[in-house]
Design a protein around this ligand. Structure first.
Ligand SMILES: [Fe+2]
Ligand SMILES: [Fe+2]
Length: 186
């Protein structure tokens, strides 16, 4: 490859990274603007203490899901209520315990089936949820939880959640979580 072609290719790559960087910053800003109350709350910050998949914490996981939900929406040009999509994505795993350990809300280790209901209860105690946000939280584990989502925002978060969970479990997405034994899953 000639020197000129190599230079052009490097320039194109740099431009592509720059565009991607700007796009990610815009998504980050959208998320922060849509949910300042959630992001600053003590309970939401506490989700940094618990691992979700691999070494990714629950906090990092819900951020991943919110980012990907916005990306799916933008790339596929799906019209949707962005603010509700983001808030639902951030709260979809708001169960607030370590699901890898026995816990009074998870005595039979059937976390996959029960945590959407627990997350919804916790979120509803702290926030005025819209019907869409409720649907996102309650149905995100479909088809494990039999009733399918009834709005496109919930379908998008359900898809983003599955994608992110796979990437995190396969260690394609890295996190900053550290495994620690916590009493009673607290
Ligand atoms: Fe979940
Ligand atoms: Fe999730």
């Amino acid at each position: 490859m000639s020197e000129r072609k190599r230079t052009q290719r490097t320039k194109r790559q740099t431009e592509k990274w720059k565009r991607e960087f700007v796009r990610q910053r815009q998504i980050q800003r959208q998320i922060k603007d849509s949910a300042p109350d959630i992001l600053q709350s003590g309970n939401f910050r506490r989700t940094r203490q618990h691992i979700q998949h691999g070494d990714v914490t629950v906090n990092e996981h819900v951020w991943n899901v919110a980012r990907h939900s916005v990306e799916f929406c933008d790339r596929l040009h799906i019209p949707c209520r962005k603010e509700e999509l983001i808030r639902g994505a951030l709260l979809h795993d708001y169960f607030l315990y370590d699901w890898h350990q026995p816990h009074k809300t998870n005595p039979f280790k059937l976390h996959g089936f029960f945590h959407p209901g627990i997350a919804l209860k916790n979120a509803a105690e702290e926030y005025d949820l819209t019907d869409r946000e409720r649907d996102i939280i309650k149905k995100h584990m479909w088809p494990l939880t039999v009733i399918p989502p009834t709005c496109r925002e919930a379908w998008i978060v359900t898809a983003a959640d599955k994608y992110c969970s796979l990437m995190e479990t396969m260690h394609f997405y890295k996190g900053h979580g550290v495994w620690r034994q916590t009493p009673e899953g607290k």
